[in-house]
Write a new protein. Sequence first.
Length: 442
Amino acid sequence: MQQRISPASAITGAVTLPGDKSISHRYAMISAIAEGESRIHNYSTGADCHSTLGCVRALGIEVDVEGTEVVIRGRGLDGLRAPAGDLDAGNSGSTIRMLSGILAAQPFLTRIFGDESLSRRPMQRILRPLAEMGAEIGAREGKFPPLEIHGARLRPIDYTLPVPSAQVKTCVLLAGLFADGRTSVSEPVASRDHTEIALREFGADLSAAPQATPQGGPQAAPQDDQRKITLIGRPHLTGRELMVPADLSSAAFFIVAALLVPGSQLTIRGVGLNPTRSALLDFLTGMGAKILIPTLECRNGELVGDIVVQHSDLKGGTIEGALTAALIDEIPVLAVLGATTEEGLRVCDAGELRVKETDRIRTVVDNLRRLGVEAEELPDGMLIPGRQKFRAGEFNSFGDHRIAMAFAVAALCADGESVIGGAEAASVSFPEFWTTLARIAQ
């Protein structure tokens, strides 16, 4: 599918966006192994999150969907049933990585696969801790889907993440629910904590504490971004009524659009503002972005608020180290923004982008060049000089939802009509993206 995008004179109005994908995945999985009914409001409309629902259904759990309201009738920790066939995770790395933690504890064999893109994404990061816990998992070439998971009675572990990953942390914690005793996950940099919040909401006994840095010795003071999460296994989880806040990752595209286009002022309602996700807003305001949060409240343990964005002249910046991990999903659209800033944008320590739905370092640089923007590809990032303008052109999503949406934003500032190929990729996470964009782009 091709999408034509004309330059915008302003981004204005107010929008309410679909539910957060990360939270939707977690609510669905935990609801399935809780006891009783869970009712989830504003569940994500993205295809990835519905892949999770399909897998849950295949495991013998009753799931009803009406619009964005999902009802899941959980059967407890021991209530899942062997699926009649293979589980299909579609394009969703979240589904296959996190659900594998639950599947590893089941008394049956499960085979889970995905589409062509997912089949190229390595899974060693979850295979290692699950093997330590006692699961036997086969994978193509020892690392790629499909995964053949021979469930086992799991043992608790004290696991240190080699690199920050909320998905791997979640996989281990979900597996730890089934193990007798304490399962702990130490993370060198605090990743998004939606899993910890959700597990507490359902009744799990879970704690998180700062973790001392090993290099400093036993008396070293703990650093703010290092944590150890400990979970007591075999909890009694109870179904809940839950509201999913709007997805900040989806909001990022419209935030950047409003910052880029002169004369813009946009309100985005009910956005999830979890502190472990706030790096995006902190980074943008640090560059000079005019962003206000006039309302803030707590729902089901998650902070939620409205965001008001105005067009701003920005100075540019560098994304590296812990900040790269925190902004990994937003880097494509931030790269677009960086080209227009005073000082440009440098991205480092982002090698993980090469094993996403596409090699996002290469596809971002390629599309920037197609729009007449100078950009340099680095082994683990990119360098984008500032004070550049976008030229109208033809570019491609390469089947990647974040690439499609990021360069739709770039096209709003081009000097004529642009054409994007593979525009349907946006439906993986945000089926309403194109209609929402058309509504606010004047």
